[in-house]
Design a binder for this molecule. Structure first.
Ligand SMILES: [Zn+2]
Length: 286
């Protein structure tokens, strides 16, 4: 991926190292909560409201550190910042074309745990997007997991993770998240999970849409990048995660989609570059 000289975003909040809003909960230690989360196979990009029990709402907590560019000697943070900047350019243009205005989200770097408008965010939840404060939260140690536990190294895989979370931001701006959330409350658990899967697959597709346009405008993709992104999408499907963590698969409990579904929708986004083509809610069955 060719991001070495790209623009960096002004919207990165760095809460690492005990900065404002950072909470120390024993660093990256594994607790019971972590293990339970892993057991339900919910690892990547989980909707934090499901975990934090905030479905009924609650006053948003406003914790904002000043956003700035990460320091020059922090290549991983700078890479994330460049990916974020590219999503800003890409989505701003796409929204403009559709006669809408894109609002830049913030991206929060944290270690261990941090306060969010969705409750306490923990590294064990994997990167996530919190709709009420419009922020993406990531503990960069997730990238080590992606490499070591899921066997997916590479910068495009890392960019895909950010692009997926930004996909959730786009869903939020378009009012899709709210609609899904409202509908979920009127249904049983299996059906509600089905809707979550559709929301997640749409975020994968939107990540593909970003990659499509970023590459057309700035030729950011290198040979092998798309395969790398597909491997990441495939490695973190619910079926694979469940097999790895509990040894069997319970389709009704899927909230992110199978590996094959994730690959399929990511691919569709990359190939078509079309937001309308990401209508996972119209495709039944998926
Ligand atoms: Zn997600």
């Amino acid at each position: 991926m060719l991001f070495r000289r790209g623009r960096e975003s002004e919207n990165v909040e760095d809460r690492r190292g005990g900065g404002f809003g950072g909470l120390s909960l024993g660093g990256r230690g594994i607790g019971i909560g972590t293990i339970l989360l892993l057991l339900v196979g919910a690892y990547f990009g989980i909707d934090p409201r499901l975990i934090l029990g905030l479905l009924g709402g609650g006053a948003p907590v406003q914790v904002t550190a000043p956003a700035h560019k990460p320091p020059a000697n922090d290549p991983e943070a700078r890479f994330v910042s460049m990916v974020l900047a590219d999503t800003e350019d890409t989505w701003r243009a796409l929204f403009q074309k559709a006669g809408r205005q894109y609002q830049d989200p913030h991206l929060v770097l944290f270690t261990g745990a941090t306060q969010t408008a969705c409750g306490l965010g923990r590294a064990a939840m994997g990167p996530f997007y919190c709709p009420p404060d419009q922020k993406v939260y990531i503990d960069l140690s997730f990238y080590d997991d992606l490499k070591q536990r899921f066997g997916v190294p590479g910068d495009f895989a890392q960019a895909y993770v950010i692009a997926h979370e930004i996909g959730h931001h786009v869903q939020n701006l378009l009012g899709i998240s709210d609609k899904v959330q409202a509908a979920r409350q009127r249904m049983g658990e299996a059906q509600a999970n089905q809707l979550s899967v559709r929301l997640e697959l749409q975020a994968d597709c939107l990540a593909g849409v970003w990659a499509h346009h970023a590459d057309r405008a700035r030729q950011v993709l290198e040979k092998g990048d798309i395969e790398e992104g597909l491997r990441a999408a495939s490695a973190i499907g619910d079926d694979r995660l469940q097999r790895r963590t509990q040894g069997y698969v319970v389709p009704e409990s899927f909230t992110h989609g199978t590996s094959a579904q994730r690959v399929q929708w990511f691919k569709r986004g990359i190939e078509t570059g079309s937001v309308a083509g990401c209508d996972t809610f119209q495709n039944s069955p998926l």
